[in-house]
Design a protein around this ligand. Structure first.
Ligand SMILES: Cc1cc2nc3c(=O)[nH]c(=O)nc-3n(C[C@H](O)[C@H](O)[C@H](O)COP(=O)(O)OP(=O)(O)OC[C@H]3O[C@@H](n4cnc5c(N)ncnc54)[C@H](O)[C@@H]3O)c2cc1C
Length: 601
C-alpha cells in the first residue's frame, strides 16, 4: 500500500454513491461524526437504471424531509395490467387489472429515474455537512488487527482523478456500497452464493408512440412462445420497457449483446412491437437504454469483518421484476447507520451491530426467494398471468417494504403487543394512524412525527387522563422514567458529541383537548429550553375530527383506552418494545442491555 503521505482519519468511510451509499451519507450527516463518501464515477447516475420507489422507501425519504421533489417529478404506480397471448388470434389481450399497492401506506408506489432520486440526496447533503467525493476510486483495502491501529483499523487507498498519487483513508468503520461488482467483497474474498441461471434483458426508456391502450400503466405482457415484456409509465411521458424475447440468442448471450449494443435500440423497439402485436410501437426520443444482465447472488456475510459492512447490490443482486433494487439497497443502510453512530459516539455497545446481519439477512433471503419465484412465473407463464399475480399477491407486503419485521434480537424485544395494542407488531414499522397536536390542533399521521434524526421515541398512550386514576398512572410513569438511571440519561437533552435527544417521550392521550392543559402535564412531555421555550410537539390527543379516510391511533392500533400502553420506536421507526405504563423497570432493562449509560455526560 502506498504510504508516501500521512493517512487521513474518519469515523465512517462509505465506498459507492449509488442509492445505498447516498442513503448512508444522509443518515450519517445527521450525526456529529466524521464521514467520507467516495465514488469512482465523475458524478451521479445521469438517468435510467432503477426506477421503482416503493411505499416504505418513500416513507423513509419523507422522514428526512426530502420526499416532495420525488412526489412532484415521479409517476404514481396505481394499477398493474396483465396481458397475454390469445393463441387463437395470435394477438395479446388484457386479462386483468389489479391495484399495485395493498396495505396501509401513506404513499403508493412511484416511478422515477435513479438519477433524479440520487439528486434528492445530493441536494440534501449539499445543505448539510459532507459531499460526495466523485472521481475517487478505492484501489486497496487493509483491515488491521494491530492494537496500535485499533481505533481506525480500516485502511483504504484511494486514487482521486484530479490529482497525482493516492491517499490513505483510515476509518473506524467501512460501509461498502460499491454495487454488484463488489470491490470490497472481492478484496476480502467474501464468498457469494450464485444462482446458476443468468439472463440478459434489454431495458429502454423511450417516449413511445403507440396505440397500446394501457401504455400509461404498468403492464406484464406475456407473448407466449415469443417472450415477455414489462412496461412502466415514467416521468415526462417516458415509458420503461424490459424485454426478454425467448430464443433470442444474441440477447441471451451477454457478451455479443454488449458488442451490438450501440446499434440495437431500433431492433429492440421492433422486438418489443412484435411482442405487443397487434399494437404498433415507434419512438423518436430515447432517454436511456441498456442490456442488463441479471445474476441472482447473495453474499455469505453482510458483515465480513467487525468493522466492514456490505450493503445494497454489493450484498445481493436480482432481477428488476419486482422493482426492488434501489429500495432494498437504501433500506440496508437505513437500518445500519444509526446503529453505527450509537457505537461510534460511545452511546451503545458494539454488540448492537450484530443486528445488521440478523435483521437484513432475512430480508435479502426473502428478496431472492421472491425474485426466483417471479422470474419463474414470467418464464413459465401459461398466458393467464395467474402465476405472476399470485407471486405478487403473496409478497405484496414485502414488495412495498411495509411488511418488513425485525427480531427478536438485541434491539427488538422478545415480547408481543397482544392484549395491549392488537394491531401493532413488535419489530415492524407503525401503520399510519392519526393524532391531533394538542397545542396546535393540527392532525397528522403519528408515523410522520417519527422523523429520522437519530432519536428513539417513547410513545405513551395514557388513555383518557381526565380520570384521576389514569392521570396518577401517567404521573408515576413519568416520575419513574426520571428515576431509573439509564432512562433518565436517555431523556436528557445532550450537547457536545451528540446534540438533541436520544429518547423523546411523546404523549398521546384520549379525550378532548379542552380538558387538558399542556403545562399541567409532566415536563417529560414538554421539556423547557432557556432559548427555545417549551416543546409543543410532544403531546397529542386521539380525539378527531380527521380528514375523511383517516383513523385515530387508539382504534387503529387496537389500544384499550382504559389500559393504555407504551410503544418504543427505534430511530428507524421499527417498534422495539411494547409494554404497560407500569413496566418502566422492564423498559430500563431493555436499554441497559446495550446502552453505555452514565448518570452525567
Ligand atoms: C446498467 C444497469 C442497469 C440497471 N437497470 C435496472 C433496472 O432497470 N431496474 C432496477 O430495478 N435496477 C436496475 N439496476 C440495478 C440498480 O441500479 C441497483 O439495484 C441499485 O443502483 C443498487 O444501488 P447500490 O447503491 O447498491 O449500488 P450502485 O447503484 O451500483 O452503486 C455502486 C457505486 O459504487 C461505485 N464503486 C464501485 N466500486 C468502486 C470503487 N472501487 N471505488 C469507488 N467507487 C466504487 C460505483 O461507481 C457506483 O456508483 C441496474 C444497474 C445497472 C448497472
Amino acid at each position: 500500500m502506498a504510504d508516501n503521505h500521512l493517512p487521513s482519519y474518519t469515523d465512517l468511510l462509505i465506498i459507492g454513491a449509488g442509492p445505498a451509499g447516498l442513503m448512508a451519507a444522509c443518515w450519517a450527516a445527521q450525526f456529529d461524526m466524521q464521514t467520507r463518501i467516495i465514488d469512482q464515477k465523475p458524478g451521479r447516475t445521469p438517468t435510467g437504471h432503477a426506477d421503482g420507489l416503493q411505499s416504505r422507501t418513500l416513507e423513509i425519504l419523507d422522514s428526512f424531509g426530502v420526499v416532495d421533489p420525488i412526489l412532484r417529478k415521479s409517476v404514481r404506480h396505481a394499477e398493474m395490467a396483465f396481458w397475454a397471448m390469445n393463441e387463437r388470434t395470435g394477438c395479446i389481450e388484457r386479462r386483468k387489472r389489479t391495484k399495485s399497492v395493498r396495505g396501509s401506506a401513506v404513499f403508493d408506489q412511484r416511478l422515477l429515474n435513479q438519477g433524479d432520486t440520487e439528486q434528492v440526496f445530493l441536494d440534501y447533503l449539499g445543505g448539510k455537512r459532507g459531499k460526495v467525493e466523485y472521481g475517487t476510486r478505492a484501489i486497496k483495502l487493509m483491515v488491521s488487527e494491530a492494537d496500535s491501529e485499533r481505533d481506525h483499523p480500516v485502511a483504504v487507498e484511494v486514487v482521486p482523478d484530479r490529482t497525482d498519487g493516492s491517499e490513505i483513508i483510515r476509518a473506524r468503520y467501512l460501509i461498502a456500497c460499491d454495487g454488484a461488482r463488489g470491490w470490497t467483497r472481492n478484496q476480502l474474498e467474501v464468498p457469494v452464493d450464485k444462482n446458476q441461471g443468468q439472463s440478459t434483458w434489454a431495458v429502454f426508456d423511450i417516449v413511445p408512440i403507440t396505440d397500446f391502450p394501457d401504455i400509461r400503466q404498468s403492464c406484464a405482457i406475456s407473448s407466449g412462445d415469443r417472450g415477455s415484456l414489462m412496461t412502466a409509465p415514467r416521468e415526462n411521458r417516458l415509458v420503461r420497457f424490459y424485454i426478454h424475447p425467448k430464443g433470442d440468442k444474441e440477447l441471451c448471450n451477454d457478451h455479443s449483446a454488449r458488442a451490438e449494443q450501440s446499434q440495437s435500440l431500433e431492433e429492440l423497439v421492433k422486438t418489443a412491437e412484435s411482442l405487443m402485436a397487434p399494437y404498433s410501437l415507434t419512438y423518436k426520443h430515447c432517454d436511456w437504454f441498456s442490456l442488463y444482465t441479471i445474476r441472482q447472488q447473495l453474499v455469505h456475510q453482510l458483515r465480513p469483518h467487525d468493522r466492514v459492512f456490505l450493503a445494497g447490490d454489493a450484498a445481493h443482486t436480482h432481477s428488476p421484476k419486482a422493482g426492488q433494487g434501489m429500495n432494498v439497497s437504501m433500506q440496508d443502510t437505513y437500518n445500519l447507520v444509526w446503529k453505527l453512530e450509537m457505537v461510534i459516539t460511545g452511546a451503545a455497545n458494539q454488540s448492537i451491530l450484530e443486528t445488521y446481519e440478523s435483521e437484513r439477512r432475512p430480508v435479502a433471503d426473502e428478496l431472492l426467494q421472491l425474485d426466483g419465484e417471479l422470474v419463474g412465473a414470467y418464464e413459465q407463464d401459461d398466458g393467464a398471468s395467474k402465476g405472476i399475480e399470485n407471486v405478487r399477491d403473496r409478497y405484496s407486503e414485502f414488495i412495498s417494504g411495509l411488511g418488513v419485521t425485525y427480531g427478536p434480537d438485541a434491539l427488538v424485544a422478545d415480547r408481543s403487543a397482544e392484549g395491549r395494542a392488537e394491531n401493532i407488531r413488535v419489530g415492524r414499522r407503525l401503520d399510519p394512524f392519526y393524532v391531533i397536536n394538542h397545542a396546535e390542533g393540527v392532525s397528522m399521521s403519528l408515523g410522520s412525527r417519527l422523523v429520522s434524526d437519530g432519536s428513539w421515541r417513547l410513545l405513551v398512550f395514557a388513555g383518557d387522563i381526565r380520570d384521576a386514576g389514569r392521570r396518577r398512572r401517567l404521573d408515576s410513569f413519568a416520575q419513574e422514567v426520571r428515576d431509573y438511571p439509564c432512562l433518565a440519561h436517555l431523556v436528557e437533552k445532550r450537547h457536545g458529541t451528540r446534540t438533541g435527544w436520544l429518547l423523546e417521550a411523546i404523549l398521546v392521550y384520549a379525550g378532548p383537548r379542552a380538558a387538558t392543559e399542556l403545562l399541567g402535564l409532566p415536563d417529560l412531555f414538554h421539556p423547557f429550553d432557556d432559548t427555545w421555550g417549551w416543546d409543543y410537539t410532544r403531546v397529542f390527543t386521539d380525539e378527531g375530527p380527521y380528514e375523511p379516510g383517516c383513523r385515530g391511533v387508539y382504534d387503529g392500533y387496537g389500544i384499550d383506552r382504559d389500559t393504555g400502553c407504551v410503544v418504543l420506536c427505534r430511530p428507524d421507526q421499527h417498534v422495539a418494545w411494547v409494554g404497560g405504563l407500569d413496566e418502566v423497570a422492564e423498559l430500563e432493562s431493555y436499554f441497559s442491555a446495550f446502552m453505555k449509560h452514565t448518570s452525567s455526560d
